[in-house]
Design a protein around this ligand. Structure first.
Ligand SMILES: [Fe+2]
Ligand SMILES: [Fe+2]
Length: 219
């Protein structure tokens, strides 16, 4: 990702590494990002970052493996105040970009596409899990929540199919089916931004809204 200024591996580092991350995060310009690698989700560090830079930083997951978690931290562009809707919409654009990169990079080889596809899979699983855990209960029971939940199951099935295409080594089919999935994903995102995210921001008081925004990025 072109705007990434550094990747910091926190594994095996002492507590001062957290201060280094905090100082670096403070220097990021809007749109710039940094990557963090740690043994597990660095929740304490993320809470400290949100306290020091409230509403200025968005955090997205890129990888979870037995020996590491990789995170993408991005300085928000100035504009509307941070909110659950704004954060989740930002995450939608990130997911869409990862899928587009996977289908574009397959031209350079299947392994290039696989790296982006794995990041997309991890990021999408995380995004969907937080929506189902934190947001859908606010809508439920409703047809809208049921419909969006069914779409999650359908998107997961399509993604498994796409992984099969990648594993089978069919680059052309991967590019074609990846583009079809990108269209379905964007349509799902559009529905959520139109009907779901406003609920989270409008039914909570200010303190609960702030808590939700942090929970979505640290749970
Ligand atoms: Fe969703
Ligand atoms: Fe979403």
């Amino acid at each position: 990702m072109t705007n990434c200024v550094a990747e910091i591996d926190l594994r095996g580092r002492t507590g001062t590494a957290d201060d280094e991350v905090m100082d670096l995060a403070e220097t990021l310009r809007p749109g710039q990002s940094l990557r963090l690698v740690s043994l597990q989700l660095p929740r304490l560090l993320l809470h400290r970052l949100h306290e020091r830079l409230p509403g200025h930083l968005y955090v997205g997951l890129l990888e979870t493996a037995a020996d590491r978690v990789r995170l993408h931290l991005e300085r928000r562009a100035p504009g509307a105040p941070a909110s659950s809707r704004d954060f989740l919409s930002w995450d939608h654009r990130r997911l869409e970009r990862l899928l587009t990169e996977a289908t574009d990079e397959v031209k350079q080889g299947l392994e290039h596409a696989r790296a982006r596809f794995e990041e997309l899979s991890c990021a999408l699983d995380r995004h969907v899990a937080t929506e189902e855990l934190l947001l859908f209960p606010m809508l439920s029971p409703s047809a809208e929540a049921d419909g969006l939940s069914s779409e999650h199951a359908w998107l997961a099935a399509q993604r498994r199919r796409l992984r099969g295409t990648l594993d089978g080594g069919d680059a052309l089919r991967f590019a074609r089916e990846g583009s079809a999935l990108a269209g379905a994903l964007a349509a799902h995102h559009h529905r959520e931004e139109r009907s779901l995210y406003g609920v989270a921001d409008s039914t909570l008081d200010e303190a609960a809204r702030e808590r939700m925004l942090v929970d979505l990025q640290t749970l």
